[in-house]
Ligand binder design. Structure first.
Ligand code: SF4
Length: 330
């Protein structure tokens, strides 16, 4: 698709044909099975100050937590017990777990469970990424949020646009399956910028792509900004499915939080992954990048039942494999 074609599709009012085509491409290239990635939000500590995020270091109203590696291991064991074939370990950036402790944890999990591991811990050095890969992590998620350097500087004032993309290159070089993504509906973001984001996501030839709507958080400098919409976010998802064909694309929690039924709609226009939360319930309410996040009172087993019901109600099946990348280079 050209930039102009993408801009046109992002601007149309009636997107049923776009969504139908994305669903067809999804069925053809990734099938009906939905991959479940058990999500463990192991620390909400963060050294960054992103203007949209509730976990930003300047937010003094967050009760910070850091799960011990034993607690993370136990949560992984619970996910394994629920039948998940894949885990996502997510935290804020620079949350100060020594790399050697993370590597020991990864080896312990991989030594005892047949489960794929995705990390989402932000920017690190090339050497640290290599150590995490060698310790057994399979995948790494690092969203760049926007390809507009100017908007990026406003949203992530203490991050570097160039370093973010450098990290994505390093992740690929050390052998990770790589995921990235954007936020849709950011203040100051235009459809032209989103079209550029989509073209860059396509060019990066990613194994996984995560898209979420911007949701204004009252604990942040962007508290008075207008939130994004599910409709525009789904158009971005559908276009990416059509363009990338076999990337793994989740129906994100943010889609389900901004609108009831958001994840179900995402699964019907290109998504093929869900991320049930397996974070211990006592920590969940403290991990809120945006307000009104769903499932924060649930137990891991509740999320498992809810997600299984959602998948079945859509006539889809739950994947029985780890859901590794479908790209030929892996
Ligand atoms: S978006 Fe990530 S890096 Fe930025 S403040 Fe939130 S948790 Fe930290």
């Amino acid at each position: 698709m050209t930039r102009d074609e993408i801009i046109h599709l992002l601007s149309i009012d009636e997107a049923a044909a776009l969504f139908g085509e994305a669903d067809r491409v999804r069925r053809l290239h990734v099938g009906d099975a939905v991959h479940l990635r058990g999500l463990i939000e192991f620390s909400n500590a963060c050294g960054r100050d992103c203007t949209y995020c509730g976990l930003r270091r300047s937010n003094g109203n967050v009760q910070r937590y850091r799960m011990s590696t034993d607690e993370i291991f136990d949560a992984a064991k619970a996910a394994d017990g629920l039948g998940y074939k894949s885990l996502v370990l997510q935290s804020g950036e620079n949350c100060q777990y020594p790399i050697k402790d993370m590597c020991a944890l990864l080896r312990r999990i991989k030594g005892e469970m047949d489960i794929a591991i995705t990390l989402s811990m932000g920017e690190k050095t090339r050497e640290e990424y290599a150590l995490l890969k060698q310790a057994g992590a399979d995948r790494y998620l690092l969203r760049f949020e926007t390809s507009s350097e100017e908007l990026f500087a406003q949203l992530k004032p203490d991050s570097s646009f160039k370093e973010r993309f450098q990290c994505l290159t390093w992740l690929r070089e050390v052998g990770f399956q790589v995921g990235s993504g954007i936020m849709v509906g950011l203040p100051g973001q235009t459809v032209e910028m989103i079209a550029d984001d989509i073209l860059i996501l396509e060019k990066l030839d990613l194994d996984m792509i995560g898209i979420g709507p911007f949701i204004a958080n009252p604990e942040t400098p962007l508290k008075n900004a207008v939130s994004g919409t599910l409709d525009l976010t789904l158009k971005v998802l559908a276009i990416l499915r059509i363009m990338t064909k076999n990337a793994h694309i989740p129906a994100t929690t943010a889609m389900g939080s901004i609108e009831k039924g958001g994840r179900e709609r995402a699964l019907k226009c290109g998504a093929n992954v869900l991320m049930p939360n397996v974070t211990p319930t006592k920590y969940r309410e403290h991990y809120q990048l945006y307000p009104n996040k769903i499932c924060i009172k649930d137990q891991p087993g509740d999320c498992s039942l809810c997600i299984a019901g959602m998948v079945r109600s859509l006539g889809r099946t739950i994947a029985t494999d780890a859901g590794h990348s479908l790209k030929v280079n892996i």
